[in-house]
Design a protein around this ligand. Structure first.
Ligand SMILES: Nc1ncnc2c1ncn2[C@@H]1O[C@H](COP(=O)(O)OP(=O)(O)OP(=O)(O)O)[C@@H](O)[C@H]1O
Ligand SMILES: [Mg+2]
Length: 550
């Protein structure tokens, strides 16, 4: 039985999982009933994805049982039989890049034609097209997946899970890269599924989403299930308190805020014993008068498949945090990639402290002093096989080496430690390979690596993606702190409006152009949303494009 009296469709009892000395799950009991949408929340490294991997039949618990509808689950590794029960959208893409969209949707479950044993490619494409249409997505079934954007890949994963007709769907952070309209469609679909008796497990760091679609919520903390209750009986603060597991003191006042009617402010936690006290006490940079121009972008154009740019000009001054936001195809990520040298432009000029940055050469941009927190951290943000400290100090090895040019692991660990603790990075030690870390902790490594090399400009694409609510604030504050203390400029390109809390100015892109600028905080969430959709904002006068280029 579930806590709400429904018969359990999926039930885990006493589940334990260890990785070396890490106890990822400690005696977890959890059940999901038919027709129930259960939210699962917890800080980075709490054990959520580990539980998903056990529920998906990919890894075996060290102790405990998994039951489906009262009967023992299939043998681990018997993927076909697990799939009859469970469909999963994993946190890390499981898409095979060289296969087409349709082949990925039906991977391991190809529909057969009239001839037994033969896969019907036509049926596969037709069914994929039907599901896409039903979802309002426009991705051709024959497109090779390597050509798709992060969001399109996620759509393919969700469609794949839904096409299976399984009785339980596990969604591990499915909305991280989805646009608002796509999120609305996803939520409608989740509601349809639960009405049809499907059990859904929904993992998200966006707590408001959990309140919106989950009837019940469970909280994991350090591998232990510490709370399971109907969402209606809880507030956001209760959830955060359960996740953090500490007595919380009121947040120190910050001078900027995203104003948001009826929503509690960003949760704040006290540093845990291992964390540095400075991390929580850093202030935002909004009061610092901006200095000289660090970054000048003039007339930038690009025909990138991820979003075009047509004649973008803007400035970032020393100590200034400039936010750039817009819908996914608006060119925000393209701007970041071009400025960071990760992608070439078709025209225009990028200058850093008066010196022209060669286009499309990441290494040269890095040498010039441009730090970069990329969108796809697994591809560009870290080296999975190398340790935490080695990744964080990768760009400063020369500074850390002794006079003979020898770099000792202890020197690396010492250099990495303050950054790791400022970002509340959870790992078993400085030598742990980053590939073993949880998704949010991998993101923190990417951010720490960029901060370590003291750049003059930090270009970040949605740096808080996948980071838990309590760590989010630490991460944003670290960025603001770098701007304030070292005078670096920050170009914060994001589709998470709550990231903009640390910004001095926010530029909004529509269809590859600067549409408007919000020149001082606080930034009104509704006005920002209206602007990203290309609706003019009566409060902001003047010619926005010209203003942004000043
Ligand atoms: N293959 C592995 N080897 C070693 N440790 C692992 C491995 N997989 C997970 N862990 C550890 O288990 C713990 C739980 O990780 P998990 O990925 O389940 O966290 P999570 O709750 O999903 O976090 P996030 O919100 O960041 O995604 C972490 O401390 C992680 O480092
Ligand atoms: Mg995870």
């Amino acid at each position: 039985m579930t806590s709400t009296g429904r018969p359990a469709l999926v039930e885990v009892t006493g589940v334990e999982k260890r990785f070396g000395t890490t106890r990822a799950l400690r005696g977890v009991d959890l059940s999901i009933g038919a027709g129930q949408c259960l939210g699962l929340v917890g800080r980075n490294g709490a054990g959520k994805s580990t539980l998903v991997s056990i529920l998906s039949g990919l890894s075996e618990p060290d102790a405990g049982t998994v039951r489906f509808d009262g009967a023992p689950a299939p043998r681990v590794g018997d993927i076909q039989r697990w799939r009859e029960w469970i469909a999963t959208v994993f946190q890390h893409s499981m898409i095979v890049p060289h296969l087409s969209v349709a082949e990925n949707v039906f991977l391991g479950a190809s529909p057969h034609g009239a001839t037994p044993g033969l896969v019907s490619w036509a049926a596969m494409r037709r069914r994929t097209r039907d599901i896409m249409r039903e979802w309002g997505f426009d991705i051709a079934p024959q497109t090779p997946c390597r050509e798709l954007s992060v969001e399109q890949l996620q759509v393919v994963e969700i469609v794949r899970a839904l096409a299976r007709g399984a009785r339980c769907v596990l969604l591990d952070e499915p909305t991280a890269a989805l646009e608002r309209q796509a999120v609305v469609r996803l939520f409608d679909r989740v509601r349809q599924l639960t009405e049809a008796g499907v059990a859904v497990l929904y993992i998200s760091h966006h707590l408001e989403e959990v309140f919106e679609i989950c009837q019940d919520v469970a909280v994991l903390r350090d591998g232990e299930l510490v709370l399971a209750a109907p969402t209606a009986s809880l507030g956001k603060d209760d959830l955060v308190a359960a996740m953090v597991g500490e007595v919380r003191t009121p947040a120190p006042p910050t001078s900027v805020a995203i104003t948001e009617a009826g929503t509690p402010g960003t949760p704040h936690d006290t540093p845990s014993p291992g964390e540095s006290a400075t991390a929580a006490s850093v202030s935002t940079s909004a009061n610092t008068p901006p200095g000289d121009v660090v970054l000048a972008v003039d007339g930038l154009t690009s025909d990138s498949a991820r979003g075009r740019l047509s004649g973008v000009s803007l400035r970032v001054r020393a100590g200034e945090v400039v936010g750039v936001t817009g819908l996914l195809s608006a060119g925000v990520a393209t701007l970041a990639r071009v400025v960071a040298g990760a992608e070439a432009s078709t025209g225009g000029v990028v200058t850093l402290r008066g010196r022209r940055v060669p286009p499309g050469r990441r290494a040269a941009a890095q040498r010039a002093g441009i730090g970069y927190i990329p969108e796809d951290r697994r591809a560009e943000g870290f080296v999975a096989q190398l340790g935490v400290a080695e990744n964080i100090t990768m760009t400063i090895t020369r500074q850390l080496a002794d006079r003979l040019g020898v770099l000792r692991p202890r020197a690396r660990a010492a250099a990495a430690a303050p950054l790791a603790s400022a970002l509340s990075l959870v790992s078993s030690g400085p030598g742990q390979p980053v590939g073993e870390l949880s998704g949010g902790n991998q993101q923190k490594v990417t951010v720490a690596r960029t901060l370590a090399h003291h750049p003059s400009l930090i270009v970040a694409i949605t740096p808080t993606r996948g980071v838990d609510v309590a760590s989010k604030e630490l991460l944003l504050r670290s960025l603001a702190d770098v701007a304030e203390e070292s005078g670096a400029g920050v170009l914060l390109c994001t589709d998470e409006l709550s990231d903009l809390v640390i910004c001095d100015r926010v530029v909004v892109f529509v269809r590859g152009e600067v549409f408007t600028e919000f020149s001082r905080p606080p930034f009104d969430r509704d006005e920002l949303i209206r602007a990203t959709e290309g609706l003019t904002n009566p409060a902001e006068g003047a010619n926005p494009a010209e203003e942004a280029a000043q």
